[in-house]
Design a protein around this ligand. Structure first.
Ligand code: NAP
Ligand code: F7E
Length: 351
């Protein structure tokens, strides 16, 4: 018999890849989408059409993580076997500007869902989108499930609450709740103001004359970047285990923002040369002398996460999780997709 899954954050990057995965496995898929003034469904429009064509269940329901009543109504109606909580105010820099909203959605929102399950006796398997940002200014490297948390932003603090409350409900009530401590994962569907996508889209726009320069913050920040398509597979694998547990999902390799720019620039047929330093630093194309990258303090954060690189040995061993794409492949995929989309004048989120 087909299982039923509910995805919060279905319109986001991960929600779209997880939708495809679950539909391919025969699930009935439901998602919550919030009301926005312009529809934010670009990433799942094609998935919806395809599901409709194949007569598969792929239903969206209006709800919001800040509205317990709406969550209760949908959970009681859908009665899912699995719930994937991906909805969040997911931007770390924005969380410094909107800490209260970030906490309401990312922290209290998790509790709202858990309380609906508990008070209504709904026996779901629950996935919580935890984050490597919990390690923050990490004391040791690489990080695994035993590394101490040291969150460095309101976003990370809110996600630490989400992590802890899932563990608490698992221990106190025997609920099947898993935390995926996922390191950064990217794709051509990544939000446009996260650094990888900002770079690939910016370079494509410069290449085709729609943008002058790419303005960025800390070029020396390092991250462990993987491919979103691989990471949603780990989410699903967690919920197939009899015993709920927490898992780090990562590639184990760290790169700087600078590395990412240099590789993406090559795909756009530029050769970056760095000149100057600090806020005066620029990235110049060696052949044409054109300035492609400049630094703007506006994109610096009050506090940075540092030394982030994950050890996913537990996920590999217990879940049989194996990533399919390396850093070079990821940059190539994203840069090529944005060059094509900008050239063809298409919608940047429909890839
Ligand atoms: P994303 O693209 O920003 O998607 C976030 C989703 O949450 C969107 O569907 C968004 O809806 C929805 N949302 C935001 N506020 C909401 C609210 N108040 N009520 C209901 N829905 C709301 O993020 P992502 O990259 O797919 O990440 C998915 C999850 O994994 C997030 O929880 C994120 O914090 C976490 N995470 C991500 C990464 C990563 O590297 N991508 C790593 C670790 C953890 P709209 O489309 O309407 O905006
Ligand atoms: O920043 C630096 C910035 O915003 C990465 C979210 O999915 O992953 C993501 O959070 C690095 C930081 O991602 C710009 O300072 C430089 O050091 O792409 P990002 P993030 O903050 O790592 C974690 C795991 C999550 O859980 C989050 O939901 O890049 N950086 N210049 C910049 N970052 C941005 N956004 N824009 C810049 O211009």
């Amino acid at each position: 018999m087909s299982r039923t899954a509910l995805i919060t954050g279905i319109t986001g990057q991960d929600g779209s890849y997880l939708s495809e995965l679950l539909l391919s496995k025969g699930y009935h898929v439901h998602g919550i989408a919030r009301r926005t003034s312009t529809l934010s469904r670009g990433r799942i429009e094609r998935i919806r059409e395809e599901a409709q064509r194949r007569a598969l269940t792929y239903d969206l329901h209006y709800a919001d993580m800040s509205d317990a009543g709406s969550l209760t109504r949908i959970l009681l109606k859908v009665r899912p076997d699995e719930v994937y909580n991906l909805a969040a105010q997911a931007h770390v820099a924005v969380s410094f500007e909107q800490p209260e909203y970030t906490t309401d959605v990312n922290a209290v929102g998790v509790l709202r869902l858990l309380e609906v399950f508990r008070t209504n006796g709904i026996p779901v398997r629950f996935y919580q989108a935890s984050s490597s940002e919990l390690f923050g200014a990490a004391d040791s490297s690489p990080q695994d499930e035993t590394t101490a948390f040291n969150p460095a932003s309101p976003y990370a603090v809110s996600k630490q609450f989400g992590f802890s409350i899932v563990k608490n409900y698992r221990d106190a009530y025997g609920m099947h709740g898993c935390n995926g401590i996922l390191f950064n994962h990217e794709s051509p569907r990544r939000g446009e103001n996260f650094v990888t996508r900002k770079i690939t889209l910016g370079l494509a726009r410069i290449r085709y004359g729609f943008q002058e320069v790419l303005s960025l913050g800390n070029l020396d920040a390092t991250r462990d970047w993987g491919y979103a398509g691989d990471y949603v597979d780990a989410m699903w694998r967690m919920l197939q285990c009899e015993m709920a547990d927490d898992y780090v999902v990562a590639t184990g390799k760290a790169h700087t923002v600078r590395d990412f720019i240099e590789k993406a620039a090559r795909v756009a047929e530029y050769e970056i040369e760095w000149r100057g330093e600090g806020v005066g630093e620029t990235g110049v194309d060696r052949k044409s002398g054109k300035t492609l990258v400049s630094v703007n303090e506006r994109y610096y954060r009050p506090l940075e996460s540092t030394r982030l690189v994950g050890n996913a040995a537990k996920a590999r061993q217990h879940l049989g999780w194996v990533p399919t794409m390396d850093f070079e492949g990821l940059v190539q995929l994203m840069a090529t997709a944005d060059l094509r989309t900008v050239r063809d004048g298409g919608s940047v989120t429909e890839v």
